[in-house]
Design a protein around this ligand. Sequence first.
Ligand SMILES: NC(=O)C1=CN([C@@H]2O[C@H](COP(=O)(O)OP(=O)(O)OC[C@H]3O[C@@H](n4cnc5c(N)ncnc54)[C@H](OP(=O)(O)O)[C@@H]3O)[C@@H](O)[C@H]2O)C=CC1
Ligand SMILES: O=C(O)CCC(=O)C(=O)O
Length: 426
Amino acid sequence: MEGWMLMSYVDDVLTRVASQNPDQPEFNQAVTEVLESLRPVIEQNEERYRKEALLERLTTPDRQILFRVSWVDDKGQTQVNNAYRVQFNNAIGPYKGGLRLHPSVTLSIIKFLGFEQIFKNSLTGLPIGGGKGGSDFDPKGKSDREIMAFCQAFMTELYKHIGADVDVPAGDIGTGGREIGYLYGQYKRLTGRYEGVLTGKGLTFGGSLARTEATGYGLLYLTDELLKAHGKSLEGKTVTVSGAGNVAIYAIEKAEQLGGKVVTCSDSTGWIYDPDGIDVELLKEVKEVKRVRLTEYKKARPNAEYNEGRGVWSVKSDVALPCATQNELNLDDAKKLVSNGVIAVCEGANMPTTLEATNYLQEQGVLFVPGKASNAGGVAVSALEMSQNSERLSWTFEEVDQKLKDIMTNIYQKHQPGRKRIRSRR
Ligand SMILES: NC(=O)C1=CN([C@@H]2O[C@H](COP(=O)(O)OP(=O)(O)OC[C@H]3O[C@@H](n4cnc5c(N)ncnc54)[C@H](OP(=O)(O)O)[C@@H]3O)[C@@H](O)[C@H]2O)C=CC1
Ligand SMILES: O=C(O)CCC(=O)C(=O)O
Protein backbone atom coordinates (compact mmCIF):
# COMPACT_ATOMS: atom_id res chain seq x y z
CA MET A 1 0.00 0.00 0.00
CA GLU A 2 2.82 2.36 0.95
CA GLY A 3 4.59 1.62 -2.34
CA TRP A 4 1.38 2.35 -4.22
CA MET A 5 1.01 5.71 -2.44
CA LEU A 6 4.57 6.65 -3.42
CA MET A 7 4.03 6.02 -7.10
CA SER A 8 3.03 9.05 -9.14
CA TYR A 9 -0.50 8.93 -10.53
CA VAL A 10 0.77 8.87 -14.14
CA ASP A 11 3.13 5.96 -13.40
CA ASP A 12 0.38 4.17 -11.54
CA VAL A 13 -2.01 4.41 -14.51
CA LEU A 14 0.70 3.47 -17.02
CA THR A 15 1.40 0.32 -14.98
CA ARG A 16 -2.30 -0.45 -14.77
CA VAL A 17 -2.83 0.01 -18.52
CA ALA A 18 0.17 -2.23 -19.29
CA SER A 19 -1.03 -4.99 -16.99
CA GLN A 20 -4.66 -4.82 -18.16
CA ASN A 21 -3.72 -4.69 -21.83
CA PRO A 22 -0.85 -7.14 -22.31
CA ASP A 23 0.07 -7.92 -25.94
CA GLN A 24 -1.27 -4.54 -27.06
CA PRO A 25 1.94 -2.68 -27.92
CA GLU A 26 0.39 0.02 -30.10
CA PHE A 27 -2.26 0.87 -27.49
CA ASN A 28 0.35 1.03 -24.71
CA GLN A 29 2.57 3.22 -26.92
CA ALA A 30 -0.23 5.69 -27.62
CA VAL A 31 -1.21 5.89 -23.94
CA THR A 32 2.42 6.37 -22.85
CA GLU A 33 2.90 9.17 -25.37
CA VAL A 34 -0.19 11.05 -24.18
CA LEU A 35 0.26 10.51 -20.42
CA GLU A 36 3.95 11.44 -20.54
CA SER A 37 3.10 14.70 -22.27
CA LEU A 38 0.30 15.37 -19.75
CA ARG A 39 2.54 14.53 -16.75
CA PRO A 40 3.45 18.14 -15.81
CA VAL A 41 -0.22 19.14 -15.81
CA ILE A 42 -1.38 16.06 -13.90
CA GLU A 43 1.30 16.47 -11.26
CA GLN A 44 0.02 19.94 -10.39
CA ASN A 45 -3.27 18.49 -9.15
CA GLU A 46 -2.50 14.83 -8.73
CA GLU A 47 -4.70 13.88 -5.79
CA ARG A 48 -7.84 15.41 -7.25
CA TYR A 49 -7.35 13.67 -10.60
CA ARG A 50 -6.59 10.40 -8.80
CA LYS A 51 -9.73 10.71 -6.68
CA GLU A 52 -11.82 11.28 -9.80
CA ALA A 53 -10.01 8.41 -11.61
CA LEU A 54 -9.62 10.80 -14.55
CA LEU A 55 -6.80 8.92 -16.26
CA GLU A 56 -8.36 5.49 -15.71
CA ARG A 57 -11.55 6.77 -17.36
CA LEU A 58 -9.57 8.37 -20.18
CA THR A 59 -7.63 5.19 -20.97
CA THR A 60 -10.50 2.68 -20.69
CA PRO A 61 -12.90 2.53 -23.65
CA ASP A 62 -16.60 2.99 -22.93
CA ARG A 63 -17.28 -0.14 -24.98
CA GLN A 64 -15.38 -2.66 -27.14
CA ILE A 65 -17.44 -4.59 -29.67
CA LEU A 66 -15.74 -7.66 -31.17
CA PHE A 67 -17.54 -9.63 -33.84
CA ARG A 68 -17.18 -12.23 -36.58
CA VAL A 69 -17.77 -11.38 -40.24
CA SER A 70 -18.56 -14.29 -42.57
CA TRP A 71 -18.81 -13.70 -46.30
CA VAL A 72 -18.55 -15.75 -49.51
CA ASP A 73 -15.72 -15.20 -52.00
CA ASP A 74 -15.91 -15.46 -55.80
CA LYS A 75 -14.99 -19.15 -55.67
CA GLY A 76 -17.94 -19.91 -53.41
CA GLN A 77 -15.68 -20.35 -50.37
CA THR A 78 -16.91 -18.91 -47.07
CA GLN A 79 -14.35 -16.60 -45.45
CA VAL A 80 -14.24 -15.47 -41.83
CA ASN A 81 -12.70 -12.25 -40.47
CA ASN A 82 -12.37 -10.64 -37.05
CA ALA A 83 -13.97 -7.22 -36.71
CA TYR A 84 -14.02 -4.48 -34.09
CA ARG A 85 -15.67 -1.22 -33.10
CA VAL A 86 -14.17 0.47 -30.07
CA GLN A 87 -16.38 3.27 -28.73
CA PHE A 88 -13.80 5.08 -26.66
CA ASN A 89 -15.32 8.25 -25.33
CA ASN A 90 -18.46 10.29 -26.10
CA ALA A 91 -18.02 13.08 -23.54
CA ILE A 92 -18.31 15.80 -26.18
CA GLY A 93 -20.31 14.18 -28.98
CA PRO A 94 -21.19 10.96 -30.82
CA TYR A 95 -18.31 8.47 -31.20
CA LYS A 96 -16.49 9.38 -34.41
CA GLY A 97 -13.62 7.69 -36.24
CA GLY A 98 -12.81 5.56 -39.24
CA LEU A 99 -12.91 1.87 -40.12
CA ARG A 100 -9.59 0.24 -41.06
CA LEU A 101 -9.55 -2.77 -43.38
CA HIS A 102 -6.07 -4.28 -43.40
CA PRO A 103 -4.67 -7.75 -42.55
CA SER A 104 -2.54 -6.23 -39.77
CA VAL A 105 -5.62 -5.03 -37.81
CA THR A 106 -5.80 -6.21 -34.18
CA LEU A 107 -7.66 -4.99 -31.09
CA SER A 108 -4.46 -3.16 -30.05
CA ILE A 109 -4.38 -1.17 -33.29
CA ILE A 110 -8.06 -0.26 -33.14
CA LYS A 111 -7.71 0.80 -29.48
CA PHE A 112 -4.67 3.01 -30.16
CA LEU A 113 -6.52 4.64 -33.05
CA GLY A 114 -9.69 5.13 -30.98
CA PHE A 115 -7.71 6.60 -28.11
CA GLU A 116 -5.92 9.11 -30.39
CA GLN A 117 -9.25 10.01 -31.97
CA ILE A 118 -10.54 11.41 -28.64
CA PHE A 119 -7.86 14.11 -28.56
CA LYS A 120 -7.83 14.81 -32.29
CA ASN A 121 -11.58 15.23 -32.45
CA SER A 122 -11.59 17.55 -29.47
CA LEU A 123 -8.83 19.67 -31.06
CA THR A 124 -11.11 20.40 -34.04
CA GLY A 125 -13.43 22.29 -31.67
CA LEU A 126 -16.39 20.34 -33.09
CA PRO A 127 -18.78 18.17 -31.04
CA ILE A 128 -17.41 14.69 -31.80
CA GLY A 129 -16.27 11.94 -29.43
CA GLY A 130 -13.66 9.28 -30.20
CA GLY A 131 -14.02 5.79 -31.66
CA LYS A 132 -12.50 3.50 -34.26
CA GLY A 133 -13.20 0.18 -35.92
CA GLY A 134 -12.09 -2.20 -38.59
CA SER A 135 -11.24 -5.73 -39.56
CA ASP A 136 -8.32 -7.92 -40.56
CA PHE A 137 -10.00 -8.29 -43.98
CA ASP A 138 -7.55 -7.57 -46.83
CA PRO A 139 -9.22 -5.63 -49.66
CA LYS A 140 -6.16 -6.07 -51.93
CA GLY A 141 -6.81 -8.24 -54.96
CA LYS A 142 -10.51 -8.65 -54.14
CA SER A 143 -13.18 -8.14 -56.79
CA ASP A 144 -15.82 -5.42 -56.33
CA ARG A 145 -18.35 -8.16 -55.55
CA GLU A 146 -16.14 -9.60 -52.82
CA ILE A 147 -15.64 -6.15 -51.28
CA MET A 148 -19.40 -5.64 -51.36
CA ALA A 149 -20.06 -9.04 -49.77
CA PHE A 150 -17.63 -8.29 -46.97
CA CYS A 151 -18.99 -4.77 -46.35
CA GLN A 152 -22.59 -6.01 -46.25
CA ALA A 153 -21.72 -8.77 -43.79
CA PHE A 154 -19.70 -6.31 -41.67
CA MET A 155 -22.61 -3.84 -41.50
CA THR A 156 -25.08 -6.62 -40.69
CA GLU A 157 -23.55 -6.66 -37.19
CA LEU A 158 -22.26 -3.08 -36.95
CA TYR A 159 -25.63 -1.40 -37.62
CA LYS A 160 -26.87 -2.45 -34.17
CA HIS A 161 -24.25 -0.26 -32.51
CA ILE A 162 -24.18 2.93 -34.61
CA GLY A 163 -26.47 5.83 -35.51
CA ALA A 164 -26.30 9.49 -36.59
CA ASP A 165 -26.35 10.64 -32.94
CA VAL A 166 -24.62 7.58 -31.47
CA ASP A 167 -21.55 6.57 -33.44
CA VAL A 168 -20.60 7.72 -36.95
CA PRO A 169 -17.87 5.64 -38.66
CA ALA A 170 -15.90 6.75 -41.75
CA GLY A 171 -12.92 5.69 -43.89
CA ASP A 172 -9.34 4.84 -42.94
CA ILE A 173 -6.70 2.53 -44.46
CA GLY A 174 -8.43 0.24 -46.96
CA THR A 175 -11.80 1.97 -46.59
CA GLY A 176 -12.56 4.63 -49.20
CA GLY A 177 -15.61 5.87 -51.09
CA ARG A 178 -16.39 2.46 -52.60
CA GLU A 179 -16.49 0.69 -49.23
CA ILE A 180 -18.47 3.49 -47.53
CA GLY A 181 -21.04 3.22 -50.36
CA TYR A 182 -21.52 -0.53 -49.79
CA LEU A 183 -21.70 -0.03 -46.01
CA TYR A 184 -24.25 2.78 -46.30
CA GLY A 185 -26.43 0.78 -48.70
CA GLN A 186 -26.56 -2.09 -46.24
CA TYR A 187 -27.32 0.23 -43.30
CA LYS A 188 -30.29 1.68 -45.20
CA ARG A 189 -31.47 -1.79 -46.23
CA LEU A 190 -31.40 -2.99 -42.62
CA THR A 191 -32.87 0.05 -40.89
CA GLY A 192 -34.84 1.88 -43.55
CA ARG A 193 -33.18 5.09 -42.33
CA TYR A 194 -31.53 7.69 -44.58
CA GLU A 195 -29.35 9.55 -42.12
CA GLY A 196 -25.79 10.77 -41.57
CA VAL A 197 -24.61 7.52 -40.00
CA LEU A 198 -21.37 7.34 -42.01
CA THR A 199 -19.16 10.07 -43.45
CA GLY A 200 -17.05 10.02 -46.59
CA LYS A 201 -20.21 9.13 -48.51
CA GLY A 202 -20.59 9.65 -52.27
CA LEU A 203 -21.73 13.13 -53.30
CA THR A 204 -25.03 11.81 -54.67
CA PHE A 205 -26.11 10.37 -51.29
CA GLY A 206 -25.09 12.89 -48.67
CA GLY A 207 -21.30 13.14 -48.97
CA SER A 208 -19.48 16.44 -48.51
CA LEU A 209 -17.38 18.13 -51.14
CA ALA A 210 -13.72 18.29 -50.02
CA ARG A 211 -13.93 15.27 -47.67
CA THR A 212 -11.70 13.29 -50.09
CA GLU A 213 -9.06 16.03 -50.03
CA ALA A 214 -9.53 17.06 -46.39
CA THR A 215 -6.87 15.12 -44.49
CA GLY A 216 -4.05 15.82 -46.97
CA TYR A 217 -5.06 19.45 -47.56
CA GLY A 218 -5.53 20.01 -43.82
CA LEU A 219 -2.06 18.63 -43.14
CA LEU A 220 -0.58 21.18 -45.53
CA TYR A 221 -2.66 24.10 -44.18
CA LEU A 222 -1.24 23.36 -40.75
CA THR A 223 2.31 22.80 -42.05
CA ASP A 224 2.12 26.10 -43.94
CA GLU A 225 0.96 27.88 -40.77
CA LEU A 226 3.82 26.31 -38.80
CA LEU A 227 6.44 27.40 -41.34
CA LYS A 228 5.00 30.92 -41.56
CA ALA A 229 5.14 31.24 -37.77
CA HIS A 230 8.88 30.50 -38.04
CA GLY A 231 9.49 33.00 -40.83
CA LYS A 232 9.59 30.34 -43.55
CA SER A 233 7.30 29.05 -46.28
CA LEU A 234 6.78 25.97 -48.44
CA GLU A 235 7.78 27.87 -51.57
CA GLY A 236 10.83 26.15 -53.08
CA LYS A 237 11.10 23.56 -50.28
CA THR A 238 11.82 19.90 -51.00
CA VAL A 239 9.22 17.64 -49.40
CA THR A 240 9.32 13.89 -48.73
CA VAL A 241 6.00 12.07 -48.39
CA SER A 242 5.39 8.39 -47.55
CA GLY A 243 2.27 6.50 -48.61
CA ALA A 244 0.32 6.67 -51.83
CA GLY A 245 -3.21 6.47 -50.51
CA ASN A 246 -5.87 9.06 -49.73
CA VAL A 247 -3.86 11.14 -47.25
CA ALA A 248 -0.59 11.04 -49.22
CA ILE A 249 -2.14 11.92 -52.59
CA TYR A 250 -3.92 15.05 -51.37
CA ALA A 251 -0.97 16.08 -49.21
CA ILE A 252 1.21 15.94 -52.33
CA GLU A 253 -1.36 17.87 -54.36
CA LYS A 254 -1.63 20.72 -51.81
CA ALA A 255 2.14 20.81 -51.10
CA GLU A 256 2.73 21.32 -54.83
CA GLN A 257 0.02 23.99 -55.03
CA LEU A 258 1.78 25.83 -52.19
CA GLY A 259 5.08 25.84 -54.09
CA GLY A 260 6.80 22.80 -52.57
CA LYS A 261 8.51 20.11 -54.63
CA VAL A 262 7.46 16.63 -53.47
CA VAL A 263 10.03 14.04 -54.52
CA THR A 264 8.83 10.77 -52.94
CA CYS A 265 5.84 8.54 -52.27
CA SER A 266 5.57 4.88 -51.23
CA ASP A 267 3.30 1.89 -50.80
CA SER A 268 3.67 -1.31 -48.81
CA THR A 269 6.02 -2.88 -51.37
CA GLY A 270 8.26 -0.04 -52.56
CA TRP A 271 8.89 3.66 -53.01
CA ILE A 272 9.40 6.26 -55.73
CA TYR A 273 12.02 9.00 -55.94
CA ASP A 274 11.02 11.46 -58.64
CA PRO A 275 13.60 14.28 -58.95
CA ASP A 276 11.24 16.28 -61.20
CA GLY A 277 8.52 16.27 -58.53
CA ILE A 278 5.72 13.71 -58.14
CA ASP A 279 3.16 13.89 -60.95
CA VAL A 280 0.05 13.79 -58.76
CA GLU A 281 -2.41 13.24 -61.62
CA LEU A 282 -0.42 10.18 -62.69
CA LEU A 283 -0.32 8.97 -59.07
CA LYS A 284 -4.14 9.30 -58.83
CA GLU A 285 -4.51 7.30 -62.05
CA VAL A 286 -2.23 4.54 -60.69
CA LYS A 287 -3.66 4.37 -57.16
CA GLU A 288 -7.25 5.66 -57.25
CA VAL A 289 -8.37 4.47 -60.68
CA LYS A 290 -6.27 1.42 -61.59
CA ARG A 291 -5.44 0.45 -57.93
CA VAL A 292 -2.06 -1.02 -58.97
CA ARG A 293 1.55 -0.91 -57.67
CA LEU A 294 3.92 2.07 -57.90
CA THR A 295 5.94 0.23 -60.56
CA GLU A 296 3.22 1.50 -62.93
CA TYR A 297 4.10 5.09 -61.95
CA LYS A 298 7.77 4.45 -62.74
CA LYS A 299 6.88 3.05 -66.21
CA ALA A 300 5.35 6.42 -67.16
CA ARG A 301 8.19 8.57 -65.66
CA PRO A 302 11.61 7.68 -67.08
CA ASN A 303 13.49 10.00 -64.69
CA ALA A 304 11.89 8.51 -61.59
CA GLU A 305 13.47 5.70 -59.57
CA TYR A 306 11.51 2.80 -58.09
CA ASN A 307 13.03 0.95 -55.11
CA GLU A 308 11.72 -2.14 -53.35
CA GLY A 309 11.16 -1.97 -49.57
CA ARG A 310 11.30 1.24 -47.54
CA GLY A 311 13.65 4.21 -47.89
CA VAL A 312 11.73 7.48 -48.25
CA TRP A 313 13.38 9.02 -45.16
CA SER A 314 16.90 8.62 -46.61
CA VAL A 315 16.08 11.27 -49.24
CA LYS A 316 17.23 14.83 -48.47
CA SER A 317 14.30 17.13 -47.72
CA ASP A 318 13.28 20.26 -45.84
CA VAL A 319 9.88 18.95 -44.80
CA ALA A 320 8.91 15.32 -44.14
CA LEU A 321 5.28 14.18 -44.11
CA PRO A 322 4.73 10.55 -43.04
CA CYS A 323 1.31 9.62 -44.50
CA ALA A 324 1.24 5.79 -44.62
CA THR A 325 0.86 3.98 -41.28
CA GLN A 326 1.92 3.68 -37.62
CA ASN A 327 5.60 3.39 -36.61
CA GLU A 328 6.90 3.91 -40.15
CA LEU A 329 9.49 6.54 -39.11
CA ASN A 330 11.96 5.11 -36.58
CA LEU A 331 15.02 6.47 -34.80
CA ASP A 332 17.40 5.61 -37.69
CA ASP A 333 15.08 7.39 -40.10
CA ALA A 334 14.93 10.42 -37.79
CA LYS A 335 18.74 10.54 -37.68
CA LYS A 336 18.92 10.47 -41.48
CA LEU A 337 16.35 13.26 -41.75
CA VAL A 338 18.27 15.42 -39.25
CA SER A 339 21.64 14.81 -40.92
CA ASN A 340 20.01 15.88 -44.21
CA GLY A 341 18.85 19.15 -42.62
CA VAL A 342 15.11 18.57 -42.24
CA ILE A 343 13.27 21.58 -40.75
CA ALA A 344 9.84 20.09 -40.00
CA VAL A 345 8.12 16.73 -39.60
CA CYS A 346 4.32 16.83 -39.64
CA GLU A 347 2.38 13.59 -39.28
CA GLY A 348 -0.32 12.80 -41.87
CA ALA A 349 -0.76 9.23 -40.63
CA ASN A 350 -1.73 8.21 -37.09
CA MET A 351 1.34 7.68 -34.83
CA PRO A 352 3.75 7.18 -37.78
CA THR A 353 6.75 8.32 -35.71
CA THR A 354 8.03 6.03 -32.95
CA LEU A 355 8.46 7.49 -29.45
CA GLU A 356 12.28 7.37 -29.73
CA ALA A 357 12.21 9.11 -33.12
CA THR A 358 9.81 11.79 -31.84
CA ASN A 359 12.05 12.51 -28.84
CA TYR A 360 15.15 12.67 -31.04
CA LEU A 361 13.56 15.05 -33.57
CA GLN A 362 12.40 17.36 -30.79
CA GLU A 363 15.80 17.29 -29.05
CA GLN A 364 17.41 18.25 -32.35
CA GLY A 365 15.13 21.29 -32.71
CA VAL A 366 13.09 19.90 -35.61
CA LEU A 367 9.57 21.38 -35.74
CA PHE A 368 7.34 18.40 -34.99
CA VAL A 369 3.54 18.23 -35.20
CA PRO A 370 1.78 15.03 -34.02
CA GLY A 371 -0.99 13.53 -36.12
CA LYS A 372 -3.58 14.29 -33.47
CA ALA A 373 -3.24 17.92 -34.58
CA SER A 374 -1.90 17.76 -38.12
CA ASN A 375 -4.20 15.11 -39.62
CA ALA A 376 -7.37 16.38 -37.90
CA GLY A 377 -8.66 17.90 -41.15
CA GLY A 378 -10.26 14.62 -42.25
CA VAL A 379 -12.41 14.12 -39.22
CA ALA A 380 -13.15 17.87 -39.09
CA VAL A 381 -14.68 17.75 -42.57
CA SER A 382 -16.50 14.56 -41.56
CA ALA A 383 -18.11 16.59 -38.77
CA LEU A 384 -19.01 19.24 -41.36
CA GLU A 385 -20.58 16.43 -43.44
CA MET A 386 -22.68 15.51 -40.37
CA SER A 387 -23.85 19.13 -40.08
CA GLN A 388 -24.79 19.25 -43.78
CA ASN A 389 -26.70 15.96 -43.41
CA SER A 390 -28.60 17.30 -40.40
CA GLU A 391 -29.72 20.40 -42.26
CA ARG A 392 -30.25 18.50 -45.54
CA LEU A 393 -28.04 20.97 -47.39
CA SER A 394 -24.76 20.79 -49.33
CA TRP A 395 -22.09 23.42 -49.05
CA THR A 396 -19.79 24.33 -51.96
CA PHE A 397 -16.21 23.05 -52.20
CA GLU A 398 -14.94 26.56 -51.45
CA GLU A 399 -17.08 26.89 -48.31
CA VAL A 400 -15.92 23.56 -46.91
CA ASP A 401 -12.29 24.19 -47.87
CA GLN A 402 -12.36 27.60 -46.16
CA LYS A 403 -13.81 26.08 -42.98
CA LEU A 404 -11.12 23.38 -43.11
CA LYS A 405 -8.41 26.02 -43.45
CA ASP A 406 -9.85 27.98 -40.51
CA ILE A 407 -10.00 24.85 -38.33
CA MET A 408 -6.39 23.86 -39.08
CA THR A 409 -5.12 27.40 -38.53
CA ASN A 410 -7.02 27.54 -35.28
CA ILE A 411 -5.58 24.20 -34.11
CA TYR A 412 -2.08 25.52 -34.74
CA GLN A 413 -2.57 28.96 -33.27
CA LYS A 414 -4.50 27.90 -30.16
CA HIS A 415 -2.08 25.21 -29.10
CA GLN A 416 1.30 26.87 -29.09
CA PRO A 417 3.56 26.20 -26.13
CA GLY A 418 3.67 29.38 -24.07
CA ARG A 419 0.60 30.80 -25.79
CA LYS A 420 -1.48 33.03 -23.55
CA ARG A 421 -4.55 31.18 -22.32
CA ILE A 422 -7.68 32.37 -24.12
CA ARG A 423 -10.45 32.87 -21.57
CA SER A 424 -13.76 31.22 -22.26
CA ARG A 425 -16.55 33.75 -22.60
CA ARG A 426 -18.74 31.69 -20.28
N1 LIG B 1 -8.25 8.84 -44.63
C1 LIG B 1 -8.35 9.76 -43.68
O1 LIG B 1 -9.18 10.67 -43.77
C2 LIG B 1 -7.42 9.76 -42.52
C3 LIG B 1 -6.38 8.86 -42.42
N2 LIG B 1 -5.49 8.97 -41.41
C4 LIG B 1 -4.36 8.06 -41.30
O2 LIG B 1 -3.52 8.25 -42.43
C5 LIG B 1 -2.82 7.04 -42.75
C6 LIG B 1 -3.09 6.67 -44.20
O3 LIG B 1 -4.49 6.49 -44.39
P1 LIG B 1 -5.17 6.54 -45.83
O4 LIG B 1 -4.35 7.34 -46.76
O5 LIG B 1 -6.59 6.91 -45.61
O6 LIG B 1 -5.15 5.02 -46.24
P2 LIG B 1 -5.04 4.38 -47.70
O7 LIG B 1 -5.48 2.97 -47.56
O8 LIG B 1 -5.72 5.24 -48.70
O9 LIG B 1 -3.47 4.45 -47.98
C7 LIG B 1 -2.55 3.88 -47.12
C8 LIG B 1 -1.19 3.96 -47.74
O10 LIG B 1 -0.21 3.51 -46.82
C9 LIG B 1 0.39 2.30 -47.30
N3 LIG B 1 0.48 1.33 -46.19
C10 LIG B 1 -0.55 0.84 -45.47
N4 LIG B 1 -0.14 -0.04 -44.54
C11 LIG B 1 1.18 -0.11 -44.71
C12 LIG B 1 2.19 -0.83 -44.05
N5 LIG B 1 1.92 -1.69 -43.04
N6 LIG B 1 3.48 -0.63 -44.47
C13 LIG B 1 3.74 0.26 -45.48
N7 LIG B 1 2.81 0.96 -46.14
C14 LIG B 1 1.57 0.79 -45.75
C15 LIG B 1 -0.53 1.76 -48.37
O11 LIG B 1 0.18 0.97 -49.30
P3 LIG B 1 -0.57 -0.25 -50.03
O12 LIG B 1 -1.54 0.38 -50.96
O13 LIG B 1 0.50 -1.01 -50.68
O14 LIG B 1 -1.24 -1.02 -48.91
C16 LIG B 1 -1.05 3.06 -48.97
O15 LIG B 1 -0.13 3.64 -49.84
C17 LIG B 1 -3.30 6.02 -41.70
O16 LIG B 1 -2.44 6.08 -40.60
C18 LIG B 1 -4.67 6.58 -41.31
O17 LIG B 1 -5.07 6.12 -40.03
C19 LIG B 1 -5.57 9.97 -40.48
C20 LIG B 1 -6.57 10.88 -40.52
C21 LIG B 1 -7.65 10.77 -41.49
O1 LIG C 1 -13.52 11.05 -40.78
C1 LIG C 1 -13.58 10.40 -39.76
O2 LIG C 1 -14.58 10.29 -39.07
C2 LIG C 1 -12.40 9.64 -39.22
C3 LIG C 1 -11.09 9.93 -39.81
C4 LIG C 1 -10.09 9.07 -39.11
O3 LIG C 1 -10.28 7.87 -39.02
C5 LIG C 1 -8.94 9.66 -38.47
O4 LIG C 1 -8.96 10.86 -38.18
O5 LIG C 1 -7.97 8.93 -38.20
